[in-house]
Design a protein around this ligand. Structure first.
Ligand SMILES: *Cc1c(COP(=O)(O)O)cnc(C)c1O
Length: 425
């Protein structure tokens, strides 16, 4: 499949029609466990002498098709799907890190991830230094002797900063740590971080990949390019007490990490995806490329229209000529810049809050990447717990309104915002 193009892989990769009873749609294998031929067969499966299904927390044939498809679309060697994007981030990090380890992360992360890194992981002894990602050398400068990962979002949510992934990946290579990129906002249809040096890619499948707002899910995709035998990751080069003394690097080579994610990460942390949700997510994934094109066209057109409005004080969309990320956007996102844009209006906090309350087609809710248009005023809702300095560093100013522009008719979207603006006078 690998030499076929994106749209073809999005519809076909991973699905062997013959092996799946001739089903043209990917079937839902709603089974918790799988019958062993005999006890020797079971013993072989558990010892990895033979690959096969054991229990749906570890593997499932519907999830397997989604995993193969995502790996093909991101250019990875394999992937593991999880219960949510957050579940994917946690599972990946808990397989990699232990108490005493350190992460260098971009300071413009999704609010939930920021909280995980700044509050919850420190309780487990894993600390993070947040850096301004607009200068890649900040990552190298923050490296400590115990640093074991770099973590960024390719297109920050909601700051919409386009990161220079190539430059940051060089810093990660010099530090000999894996470069983990959350690619949720760009989606694989617009950007493939592995082409720019990412070692591990994360997705919240909940957003664009599902697209219909019907199922949560997450994914960890392994590029298979990181050298786990560089001395910093003994869990991969010494016998694992968690898996019959298996030496992951020796037994699995480039697949050491993603194998450990499945057989220890899913087994021990349990953030597995329901096969029903995998089915829902596959329906969305099939049309990802056409949706991302339309999302991007609608968002760019709306951003330009907003720039011309008297009520609007500023507009941030990476595809705009006025964006300070325009150059990076031309390099990393030439086929579209996704559906999120932010803007401010005269009157600041109160006016912005009112607009979010007054739109009718734009739904007021905490999600992105839906086919339907969404709106939120983060300073009064999702980001109200951040102090002023944190709001500033995450890019959430008091007047910021975030739109996730859907696939509705553009003129209807403009009319909806126009009637919300009219309530400000
Ligand atoms: C939503 C989101 C997440 C978390 O995903 P869930 O599926 O909601 O757990 C992580 N990263 C980014 C960039 C997101 O937008």
């Amino acid at each position: 499949m690998s030499d076929q193009k994106f749209a073809t892989n999005a519809l076909h990769a991973g699905h062997d029609v013959t092996a799946n009873g001739g089903t043209r749609a990917v079937p839902i294998y709603q089974s918790t466990a799988y019958v062993f031929n005999d006890s020797d067969h079971a013993a072989n499966l558990f010892s990895l002498a033979e690959f096969g299904n054991i229990y749906t927390r570890i593997n499932n044939p519907t999830n397997d098709i989604l995993e193969q498809r995502l790996a093909a679309l991101e250019g990875g060697i394999a992937s593991v799907v999880c219960s949510s994007g957050t579940g994917a981030i946690n599972t990946a990090l808990l397989v990699l890190l232990k108490a005493g380890d350190h992460i260098v992360a971009s300071n413009s992360l999704y609010g939930g991830t920021y909280n995980l890194f700044s509050v919850t992981l420190p309780r487990l002894g894993i600390t993070t230094t947040f850096v301004d990602p607009s200068d890649a050398s900040n990552f190298g400068k923050a490296v400590q002797e115990n640093t074991r990962a770099f973590f960024v979002e390719s297109l920050g949510n909601p700051k919409l900063d386009v990161l220079d992934l190539k430059a940051i990946s060089k810093e990660a290579q010099a530090a000999e740590v894996p470069f983990i990129v959350d690619n949720t906002v760009a989606s694989p249809a617009l950007l493939n971080p592995i082409e720019h040096g990412a070692n591990i890619v994360i997705h919240s499948l909940t957003k664009y990949i599902n697209g219909n707002g019907t199922a949560l899910g997450g994914a960890i995709i392994d590029a298979g390019t990181f050298n786990w035998a560089n001395g910093k990751f003994p869990e991969f080069t010494e016998p694992s007490p968690g898996y019959h003394g298996l030496v992951y690097h020796d037994a699995l080579g480039p697949a050491a990490f993603i194998a450990k994610v499945r057989i220890e990460g899913l087994r021990d942390h349990g953030a597995c995806l329901s096969p029903f949700n995998a089915f829902q997510i596959i329906q969305g994934l099939e049309t990802l490329e056409v949706r991302m094109k339309k999302h991007s066209e609608n968002a760019l057109a709306l951003a330009k229209w907003l720039e011309g409005r008297d009520e609007v004080t500023w507009v941030n969309y990476p595809g705009l000529d006025s964006s300070k990320y325009k150059q990076l956007s031309d390099e990393y996102l030439p086929n579209g810049q996704s559906s999120i844009l932010t803007f401010g209006v005269n009157g600041g906090f109160e006016s912005s809050k009112k607009i979010a309350d007054e739109t009718k087609i734009f739904s007021l809710l905490a999600n992105i990447g839906d086919t339907k248009s969404l709106i939120i005023h983060p300073a009064s809702t999702t980001h109200q717990q951040l102090d002023d300095a944190q709001q500033e560093s995450t890019g959430v100013t008091k007047d910021l309104i975030r739109l996730s522009v859907g696939l509705e008719n553009l003129e209807d979207l403009k009319a909806d915002l126009e009637s919300a603006f009219a309530t400000l006078d």
